[in-house]
Design a protein around this ligand. Structure first.
Ligand SMILES: *Cc1c(COP(=O)(O)O)cnc(C)c1O
Length: 427
């Protein structure tokens, strides 16, 4: 359907939306348009229910909850991993829910980064998420490598995108491991995970991806694409709650290889309580667990995942692309002329973008604050991006249209000048 700027267009899009019914299952913040689901997804009644079930297991069963709570806590990481496998295109035992994204990356680098001879460099890109770069440099330091010389950071030509060609050109006999994002957290560019994986393997390197900005919004085929490992965050599009336990994928080719951090939670589950002094890893990705699963930080994910599986990742992706297409159409029509001065920093090609849209403006920081004052919640990413993430399970097309109207008003009335250009500690 061709878009128009009329309000009726958004109404029709909402009427035709096959996922519209899911919004009722979320706790929508009052008088707010929430466009920050890629930073912290909203609470659903389903997630609340599974969290409360964990609490009642603690209340009623105490230590018995490890085996008798519904679901039992002892295998929660494996059970949720199995639940997540289809949305990342993995086999059920290639995924486990454990740790946090950054700690998981440390663990995987500890196992997969084996510098030897000439092959000792880690390849990443200069637009990579800062925490991932901190972890990578940490590992280079731990192994006695040079944190600058042995880190190959593929530059961006325009500050927004990474060209796959440049990444592939940088892979060579010196590359030990490549760590790349699936979707860039600022511009929203979706990288060619399959092509990059094939190229890394041709170069003799191992490759891992951070899926934090694609999981739950873009389908993946990690196993078929032969990706070696991946990490992701469960509190963004997957709505698992603040600090929710994260996810790991390990290709079964690597089952039995040594994780970077060994602990009893990664021990074979049938013998974990034999309490033997020598570690014997679980047969699947579960071996990459370290310590006891934080049950209360994990429990909401079961309910949240139920919604995603019920909606279906393909339907989620289809609505997401329609939402962002519509958003960019409206931005082009109303925000990108000289009067407003915005630029869309996200690729237009649906095969090259994730779930959010980056609107660039020199006053992005103050515009973000003015939007919040109007009850719209975007986020700001330095230096110049207003990041908008319509979430297919709870964002309506009418909300997308309203956000663009708010943005136009903020800029036309120069409302943002009333705000200080200083960032809060969390943005
Ligand atoms: C959100 C995010 C993380 C978060 O890492 P934590 O360890 O959970 O704090 C990591 N990587 C990327 C790309 C992210 O977007």
């Amino acid at each position: 359907m061709p878009f128009s700027t009329e309000a009726g267009c958004a109404v029709v899009l909402d009427e035709q939306d096959p996922l519209a019914r899911f919004r009722r299952r979320f706790c929508m913040p009052q008088e707010t348009i929430y466009m920050d689901g890629n930073s912290l997804g909203l609470l659903s009644v389903d997630a609340e229910e599974t969290l409360l079930a964990a609490l009642s297991g603690w209340r009623n069963k105490a230590v018995g909850g490890w085996l008798d709570a519904g679901p039992p806590w002892f295998t929660l990481g494996e059970d949720l991993g199995r639940m997540q496998a289809s949305i990342v295109g993995a086999e059920p035992d290639e995924v486990v829910v454990t740790g946090s994204t950054t700690v998981n990356l440390h663990n995987l680098l500890g196992g997969f980064y084996r510098p030897g001879g000439r092959r000792k460099r880690i390849l990443a890109d200069e637009l990579n998420f800062p925490s991932d770069l901190y972890a990578i440099r940490g590992h280079l330091g731990l192994r006695g490598m040079d944190t600058e010389r042995d880190l190959e950071l593929v530059p961006s030509r325009d500050g927004r995108m990474i060209k796959e060609r440049d990444v592939i050109g940088a892979m060579g006999p010196g590359t030990a491991v490549a760590v790349l994002p699936s979707v860039l957290y600022r511009s929203g560019q979706l990288l060619d995970v399959e092509g990059l994986t094939a190229a890394a393997h041709r170069a003799g390197a191992v490759i891992g991806f951070d899926l934090s900005h694609s999981v739950g919004i873009v389908p993946h085929k990690l196993h078929d694409w032969d990706v070696d490992f991946a990490v992701w965050c469960n509190y963004k599009y997957l709505n698992g709650g603040p600090g929710c336990t994260a996810g790991i994928y390990v290709n079964r080719r690597h089952f039995g290889s040594r994780p970077g951090m060994q602990g009893w939670w990664g021990y074979r589950k049938d013998r974990q309580f034999d309490m033997l002094p020598v570690w014997e890893g679980a047969p699947g990705a579960g071996a990459w667990q370290v310590g006891t699963i934080p049950v209360l930080a994990t429990a909401p994910l079961a309910g949240a995942m139920r919604l995603v599986l019920e909606a279906g990742i393909e339907a989620i992706r289809a609505k997401s692309l329609l939402l962002t297409d519509y958003l960019m159409f409206l931005a082009d029509e109303t925000l990108c002329g000289p009067a407003c001065g915005f630029a869309v920093g996200t690729p237009r090609d649906p095969s090259r973008r994730g779930g959010h849209v980056a609107l660039e403006h020199p006053e992005a920081l103050r515009i973000t604050k003015a939007l919040r004052a109007r009850g719209v919640v975007p986020d700001f990413r330095p230096p110049n991006v207003v990041r908008l993430a319509p979430a297919p399970l709870y964002t309506s097309f009418q909300e997308v249209r309203a956000v663009i109207e708010h943005l136009a008003a903020v800029v036309r009335n120069v409302e943002y000048k009333a705000f200080a250009p200083t960032r809060d500690r969390v943005s």
